[in-house]
Design a protein around this ligand. Structure first.
Ligand code: G3P
Length: 217
């Protein structure tokens, strides 16, 4: 299972990268805005900085909602660095642009996916990644994990190569449950990754080992 961090915060990206287990980064316009990154040139520059901070794929989202605009923006993003994955919204123009980029060998991530049918279309268009939003479904009392399970079933039925990127992960149990049902990738905040480290028996066991060592020295 690949671990992506879902942020545009360079410090958090570097912290996750330093752990040695990070496989990539996902961003979106809201996460960019949260870091105060605005304006086209600043946003492109920030993507360059993210690519330099991580080994692996970096999803960069287009803002256009028409096909021509998506192609233009996606090409500009892809030209920044081979690590860039063009992130496209799950609308008709996004699916058409996904096919365009996949035919050109440029990696894509179809985002804002909330149904199996949408995920099927993304796979048909040759998406590298499909992003079902687990947490946002849970927010409206709908079973986000069930959607991922159903996408897994459909993709396996037809050997689709599109990787299921569980997005909108909020906490460690989302990560663990996504791993159990075979999501290929998860993207979440740094806390959802570092939270996996924690267990009170690890902490108390280590304290005992160190105390026992100290007695003999
Ligand atoms: O990758 C998509 C993700 O950023 C959405 O997460 O927490 O805003 O639902 P959230």
């Amino acid at each position: 299972m690949k671990f992506f961090i879902d942020t545009a915060n360079l410090e958090q990206i570097k912290e996750a990268q330093a752990l040695g287990i990070l496989d990539g980064v996902t961003t979106n316009p809201s996460l960019m805005a949260k870091e105060g990154i605005t304006g086209e040139e600043n946003i492109l520059q920030h993507y360059r900085a993210i690519c330099e901070s991580v080994d692996g794929d970096v999803s960069a989202e287009v803002i256009a909602t028409d096909y021509e605009g998506m192609v233009q923006q996606g090409e500009a993003l892809a030209a920044l660095n081979p690590q860039i994955v063009v992130k496209l919204p799950m609308i008709a123009a996004g699916i058409k642009a996904c096919k365009y980029f996949s035919d050109k060998g440029i990696k894509t991530n179809v985002t804002l996916v909330f149904s199996v049918g949408q995920a099927l279309l993304a796979a048909k268009a040759g998406a590298t990644y499909v992003s079902p939003f687990l947490g946002r479904l849970d927010d409206i009392s709908t079973d986000g994990l069930n959607l991922i399970e159903e996408i897994r079933l459909v993709y396996d039925n037809y050997d689709f190569g599109t990787q299921i990127l569980a997005a909108s992960v909020r906490h460690t149990m989302h990560v663990v449950n996504c791993a159990k049902i075979g999501a290929d990738v998860m993207t979440g905040p740094l806390s959802s990754i570092t939270g996996l480290l924690k267990h009170p028996l690890t902490d108390s066991g280590l304290a005992t080992f160190l105390a026992d060592y100290a007695k003999g020295n």
